[in-house]
Design a protein around this ligand. Structure first.
Ligand SMILES: C[S@@+](CC[C@H](N)C(=O)[O-])C[C@H]1O[C@@H](n2cnc3c(N)ncnc32)[C@H](O)[C@@H]1O
Length: 239
């Protein structure tokens, strides 16, 4: 049976890769790396690069455009899953890499679905990675869930109309995917009555030399701590 391995590479620090992930990288013939634009270096590839050993695996970039148009997305999933499948069916040891954990907002989820639809003869193995959420929690020293806390994970670049409801029903709200929407979200949280004394942490570019983290309370946020970076996280925890 043919085999395909997906590796979660964590948010940036290569030392956060699991031993299992490093062993799989060392055995790979082909490494497929998602990237948002042709010619752009894959973030996942830069995380694992120090573990590439001779004979070096072939590196193949797969372009996934960062758009919300379902048709364009579906086309890219079809094209990329076909490339992936061709390598797997050639009998080479094929590894797909992705940032954080593969099961949280990752292109892997779509690749996995497409491959399952096309071919049942492939043994798929997924090696989990540390998600940006828990790297952030560790750096910002914020407990994401305590006792009966209810937690919401919200991708900020989509419909924000449910945030008011989430703010009423959850204790911790974690916002990912695009800091450009965070200012608007903060306004909604305040309007929805989330307590002003709630813990507020915001971070960008974790595990890079551009990393910034700020901690305050919801009522004391100042504009200068906000971010417009895609690689940003914001956590608000009820007081
Ligand atoms: C497409 S999602 C991928 C999530 C990833 N699978 C995970 O488990 O963390 C991309 C979002 O994850 C967050 N993220 C991932 N890596 C990050 C990093 N190094 N610094 C800050 N945010 C990061 C940001 O919110 C970004 O918009």
């Amino acid at each position: 049976m043919y085999e395909l391995t997906c590796i979660g590479c964590g948010p940036g620090d290569p030392d956060l890769l699991t031993v299992k992930a490093v062993n799989a990288i060392k055995k790979a013939d082909i490494i497929l790396c998602p990237t948002s634009k042709t010619g752009k270096t894959s973030m996942a590839l830069s995380i694992i690069s120090k573990f590439l050993v001779d004979p070096k695996p072939k590196i193949v970039n797969l372009v996934f455009p960062m758009v919300t148009n379902k048709q364009i997305l579906d086309e890219s999933w079809k094209t990329n899953s076909k490339i992936l499948l061709d390598y797997v069916l050639s009998g080479q040891n094929t590894v797909y890499i992705t940032i954080g954990d593969p099961h949280l907002y990752s292109t892997w989820i779509y690749m996995h679905k497409k491959i399952e639809q096309q071919n049942q003869q492939i043994k798929i193995k997924v090696i989990p990675g540390i998600t940006s959420i828990f790297t952030f929690a560790a750096k910002a020293n914020i407990g994401i869930g305590e006792a009966s806390d209810k937690i919401a994970i919200v991708p900020s670049c989509y419909d924000l109309s449910t945030i008011c409801e989430l703010a009423k029903n959850c204790d911790t709200l974690v916002f990912l995917k695009d800091g450009r929407h965070f200012e608007q979200i903060i306004k909604i949280l305040v309007k929805s009555g989330f307590p002003n004394t709630s813990k507020f942490v915001i971070g960008q570019d974790l595990d890079t030399d551009k990393e910034i983290i700020h901690k305050t309370t919801l009522g004391k946020i100042t504009k200068d701590i906000l971010t417009t970076k895609y690689f940003s996280i914001m956590v608000v925890k009820r007081a």
